[in-house]
Design a protein around this ligand. Structure first.
Ligand SMILES: [Zn+2]
Ligand SMILES: [Zn+2]
Length: 372
């Protein structure tokens, strides 16, 4: 701990500086020296120095100890707080945005909550994409007081009971000795600040409920259950913290004719017995147009035909899936007398053929039962 600079000097504040002044000075310097921003060789050391100074001067107990005894080896801690000065810079964000554990600065900026929005879209909208506006209710910082909750022109006072820490120590003398408990400050409710004159727009909450219109671009090829993240479109942060994110969960309606599996489209086309037997050229609806499909003579029911590239655009990558057409031969249920007679003739004429197929089927079945 040789040549350690005075913490007040590091932050550039005087001994009597308020908690607010300490915090302001720290934020300014932390941003200035943060290694992500400042590429100077000594930025990292400067940043650590600033952080260490702030960790002491922002904590009433540590600050009092420091004022009395000066620098103490951080490895020995300050008896209770146990700040870890050797930690990386990552936790600057914990401090700013309210991650991490332990004692938190109740006045530190806090990231807003994430929001989730469920959106139901049509089958074809999922295939081709869609742009739309949605309106979501969300909590935003009050414009009148910029989130402070204090009437414009005034600012919240630092709570005099807890000096802005939001916590109170309660010392109890028990038969087992002195016990020190920490609890949320009762004067300020743990906020560390007291608003004397409330902002009338938000009634001192610093936040207001708003309906917000957001433009959403749904990419072509999304599937049911897909989730879009819209950065910074969640709820507003507290005390200048960043807004949360908005997650849009996509629900895709089913289609009366098409079914989808990943990038491929499936559909079923009914064929008459005559079409299946004699062959035909039929029109198949695809997602974009109608295409002609040649059905060869003697097509069996349940046969699949593939229409290449007529499926869904790939969300990641290029190209499209295919469309698979399953043909189903439909047995007629209502026949006129004439049709019935023609079918009888047909059965008679083709008796041999039908018999042939049936014969081979029964032969195979017999073999299967005999086991040879
Ligand atoms: Zn307000
Ligand atoms: Zn308080």
């Amino acid at each position: 701990m040789a040549n350690k600079r005075d913490y007040y000097e590091v932050l550039g504040v005087d001994k009597g500086a308020s908690d607010d002044d300490v915090k302001k000075a720290y934020r300014k310097l932390a941003r200035q020296y943060h290694p992500d921003v400042n590429k100077a060789a000594d930025a990292e050391d400067k940043f650590k120095e600033v952080k260490e100074a702030y960790e002491v001067l922002s904590d009433d107990q540590k600050r009092a100890t420091y004022d009395q005894y000066g620098h103490v080896d951080p490895n020995q801690g300050f008896g209770g707080g146990g700040a870890d000065f050797s930690g990386g810079f990552g936790d600057i964000f914990d401090m700013f945005f309210g991650g991490g554990g332990g004692r938190r600065d109740p006045n530190a900026p806090q990231r807003g909550n994430d929001l989730q929005y469920s959106m139901t879209i049509e089958f074809k909208e999922a295939v081709f994409g869609k742009e739309t506006d949605i309106t979501i209710p969300r909590t935003e910082n009050c414009d009148t007081c910029h989130g402070s909750g204090a009437k414009p022109g005034t600012k919240p006072d630092t709570c005099s009971t807890c000096h802005g820490t939001g916590q109170q120590e309660v010392v109890q003398n028990t038969p087992f000795g002195r016990m020190v408990n920490r609890r949320a400050c009762q004067t300020c409710g743990g906020k560390g600040q007291i608003i004397r004159e409330r902002c009338s727009t938000c009634n001192g909450q610093g936040k207001v409920k708003k309906q917000r219109k957001i433009h959403v671009k749904i990419p072509a090829g999304v599937d049911d259950g897909a989730q879009l993240r819209m950065s910074g479109e969640g709820e507003g942060g507290l005390r200048g913290g960043p807004a949360g994110d908005l997650y849009i969960v996509i629900r895709v309606k089913s289609h009366e004719f098409f079914e989808r599996e990943n990038d491929d489209i499936y559909c079923e086309i009914p064929l008459t017995f005559a079409q299946a037997a004699l062959g035909d050229e039929i029109e198949i609806p695809t997602l974009t147009e109608k295409v002609k499909l040649k059905i060869p003579a003697g097509t069996q029911t349940g046969t699949y035909f593939r229409l290449k590239g007529k499926g869904v655009p790939r969300l990641r990558g290029i190209g499209q899936g295919d469309q698979h057409v399953k043909v189903v031969v439909v047995t007629p249920t209502k026949l006129t007398d004439e049709q019935r007679e023609l079918l009888r003739q047909f059965a008679g004429l083709n008796g041999e053929h039908t018999h042939e197929q049936q014969q081979s089927f029964f032969d195979r079945m017999k073999k299967a039962f005999r086991g040879d």
